[in-house]
Design a protein around this ligand. Structure first.
Ligand SMILES: NC(=O)c1ccc[n+]([C@@H]2O[C@H](COP(=O)([O-])OP(=O)(O)OC[C@H]3O[C@@H](n4cnc5c(N)ncnc54)[C@H](O)[C@@H]3O)[C@@H](O)[C@H]2O)c1
Length: 256
């Protein structure tokens, strides 16, 4: 008789910042399906009640908010195994058209938010014995989309921070990786499409530029996050995992 296979993340406790966004929601659901207890930490709730997914209002730019989040988890769970830093915003400007206020705001959310939430998670992650932090970079941290200057800069910073954290906490068996998606079908991408006059043509152009001829779905990203969160990825740390339908592998050729 074969043994019953346990769920991949059975007994694990996870926090997902931006957990009510497009990709964050898919990650929370996947973690819960795999047996984890999940805290979706976001500015706003998506108002859906799901088994083993708890909402915690959290502003990643606030140190007090991070302290409150982990005080609750310590009280309710006593440890933390997985932290996903997915909260972010995008602003679509060249540097000349970016105000200092917008520049500071996007860095506060995308970079300082990753720093603050990770910093205050560490005491509980140490209690895990085999913890995993998964940051959100982007293929925009490698190669630039036009008119996304500040966003690209924040994602490059998250990539460097990921490697630094992996060096510092690897000796305590805390793994740190970054996911670097290409285009994924979420409210963030819809708002990018929404700024164009002809949305259908833009969507088709975006699909056609990919070797796989499509952009990604949130579940495609959640699959990789799930693997990195658990023990099958126990030797994976300090890496930037591009998942983009082949987009960044391809030179954009002129059609001669
Ligand atoms: N969608 C894409 O094409 C794409 C591509 C590359 C990288 N990414 C990255 O993936 C991650 C998830 O993106 P998404 O597409 O799901 O975006 P999304 O806009 O759907 O979700 C982002 C979530 O972050 C939350 N958030 C914003 N500011 C916050 C704050 N101060 N504190 C707490 N939460 C806050 C929002 O409320 C929202 O729920 C982001 O880091 C994004 O940069 C997305």
């Amino acid at each position: 008789m074969s043994a019953v296979k346990e769920n991949y993340l059975q007994g694990r406790v996870a926090v997902v910042t931006g957990g009510c966004g497009g990709i964050g929601t898919a990650i929370c659901q996947r973690f819960a399906n795999e047996g984890a207890i999940v805290y979706a930490a976001d500015l706003r709730s998506n108002d859906e009640t799901k088994e083993n997914i708890y909402f915690q209002q959290h502003d990643v730019t606030s140190e007090q908010s991070a302290k409150d989040l982990f005080a609750r988890i310590e009280n309710e769970q006593g440890k933390l195994d997985i932290l996903v830093n997915a909260a972010a915003i995008e602003i679509e400007y060249t540097i000349e058209n970016t105000s200092l206020e917008d520049w500071n705001r996007i860095f506060a959310i995308n970079v300082t938010g990753t720093f603050l939430t990770s910093k205050h998670a560490l005491p509980l992650l140490r209690k895990s014995g085999a913890a995993s932090i998964i940051n959100f970079g982007s293929y925009d941290g490698y190669i630039a989309d036009p008119q996304l200057a500040a966003y690209c800069a924040t994602k490059g910073a998250v990539h460097a921070l990921t490697k630094a954290m992996a060096c510092d906490y690897g000796p305590e068996n805390i793994r740190v990786n970054a996911i670097c998606p290409g285009y994924v079908d979420t409210p963030m991408l819809q708002s990018f499409f929404g700024s164009s006059g002809d949305i259908e043509s833009l969507q088709k152009a975006v699909r056609d530029v990919h070797p796989l001829r499509t952009y990604g779905q949130p579940d495609d990203i959640a699959n990789l996050v799930n693997w990195l969160a658990g023990d099958e990825a126990r030797y994976a740390s300090g890496q930037l995992w591009i998942i983009d339908g082949g987009l960044s592998a391809q030179v954009q050729q002129m059609r001669l």
